[in-house]
Design a protein. Sequence first.
Length: 433
Amino acid sequence: MKNAGIVGAGGAGFPSYAKLADGADMLVVNGAECEPLLYTDYILLKRDMPMVLSGIKAVLEYAKIPCALLCVKEHTAARLKLKDGVKLSDRIILKTLPDVYPMGDEISLIYQATGRVVKPGNLPITSGVIVLNVETLYNIARAVKTGEPVMEKLVTIGGDIPEAIVVKVPIGTSVAELFERNSIEIPEGYTVLDGGPSMGKVIDPENAVITKTTKGLLILPDHCEAIMSKYLDGEKSIARAETACCQCTRCTDMCPRHLLGYPLEPHKMVRTAKSAATVMPEMVITATLCCGCGICESLACCQGISPKAVINEYKSLLAKNKMRYVGKDEVAPAIERDWRMVPSERWANVLGVARFDKLAKYVGEQTYNKVEILLRQHIGAPSVPCVKDGDVVHKGDKIAEAAEGLSLPQYAPISGRVTVFDGEKIVIEKVIE
């Protein structure tokens, strides 16, 4: 897994090999496709279920894990014509999840699938669980069966466009070129997100490229809640929160992590003065338990305040002080949790994106003549180039080594001539004879 450069295909890019710690008795496969408008995992399961199962078996065997749960939402299971509890293969069971948001959150997923609550601030392995994404397991299967490293990415292109599609492209493909190839235009007053409408990041499509963690590219109007929330100013949010919050506690009452028993109380974060938190950052240390789902911001608050933006400011403060919350005691979910979860359809409407939800069509593989491989596509130390300007490489050649510590290598997804931008990226352009 390390040699193949495999990372979590839809999250923050944690190197997958580092998750395979001793002590796990359950592999939870995340196929929840947590956010609206994304269909990458669904298409992968529909087209390549045997390869995904092969990847699961490889992990079970290597890590000596007794069994696995392949977790998908109810609507995905229905589309795949599968039922909860069906045995997909030896030691692999399908687990259906309710159509609620944010069911793809690792902590919520583990509880929903297994009934186990990971202690606040601890890793899933402390509860005997390893979580891997569907596409990650597909990449593991390819690495085990063929020796191929990660060089391609499945991506949903959706939003306010005539037809949503899923396409397989080389890592490093230009977003602008990808859109042009597929006749997709970005109208005036629209923004492009890398990821889902809730947790995705605003990107500049003229300069952005596909990375190992790109699940989707969404084109959405600036006036919808999904986009407006991205442009909130954290400092202004704190100032406004200190004066406008009515302490109704709805943000805490609906917080998915709080409902699992975590000591995260957004309403208390909102009323904490930043000046006090700067002097005593331990006052806001539970901010590190926030998963960033945005329910407090877009649905819960009746005053137009963004607890999420406030918490993000405190996360930055805690990071500077190298502080995070790690609980030692077991916690229990609130009895009202099942009645406070947010239906996926309602969440899509809250974000203003429900009308753009179209079942994506797979359009196949596409090749490109130029790619930009970022050296930091994973959590940990960036990759170290092992090629130099002017070198000619072939598809599959290693172009960057893993650095010391937590890191991964990078490989050429196309053949061509190399240009190295030290510490940043490696550009490969196809040599035209």
